[in-house]
Design a binder for this molecule. Structure first.
Ligand code: HEC
Length: 134
């Protein structure tokens, strides 16, 4: 090969020769970091007192049997107090809107229990939860 031809070949190969170290460095930076050893630390967590089941009382067994399959007792107990009739409507709503399987003949006994633990007199005006589409 004559000298001129060799020089042309070398010059043409220059971009490729320069790109090799550049790509190697780039690949090293893009590679995922080497796995490090996992360390675990122990933590202490204080949960609030449980409202997992309903407080004792006549009808608590109905509430514990019928109302805990979808939400906690706390979810029910934290609602504003309702009259017995409003509790009955609430139970009917659970059955018709959400498919709660509570037998209709247990509605009054359960409404009486819920009114006893979270009730208000029926003649004291509209409930705070009225007209909320519920
Ligand atoms: C099939 C599931 C299901 C069952 C069983 C069920 N609920 Fe509910 N309940 C729901 C859903 C869903 C909501 C709405 C939750 C939300 O809005 O975040 C709800 C909400 C409530 C509320 C909040 C007020 C409202 O109207 O949204 C009360 C009070 C309530 N339920 C009482 C009861 C009582 C009492 C029982 C027992 C008869 C019961 N639920 C059983 C599904 C159920």
């Amino acid at each position: 090969m004559d000298t001129a031809l060799r020089n042309v070949a070398l010059i043409s190969a220059m971009p490729v020769l320069l790109a090799i170290p550049l790509l190697t460095t780039l690949a090293a930076h893009l590679a995922p970091p080497a796995p490090t050893a996992q360390t675990w630390t122990k933590v202490e967590v204080q949960f609030p007192a449980s409202q997992a089941i309903f407080p004792p009382g006549k009808g608590a067994d109905i509430a514990n049997g019928q109302c805990l399959m979808c939400h906690s007792a706390g979810m029910v107990l934290r609602q504003p107090p309702l009259s017995q009739g409003e509790w009955a409507s609430e139970i009917t709503k659970m059955r018709s809107a959400y498919g709660a399987p509570i037998p209709p003949d247990q509605t009054e006994a359960l409404a009486s229990y819920l009114h006893a633990i979270n009730g208000r007199p029926s003649q004291s005006g509209p409930s705070r939860v009225d007209r909320q589409g519920s």
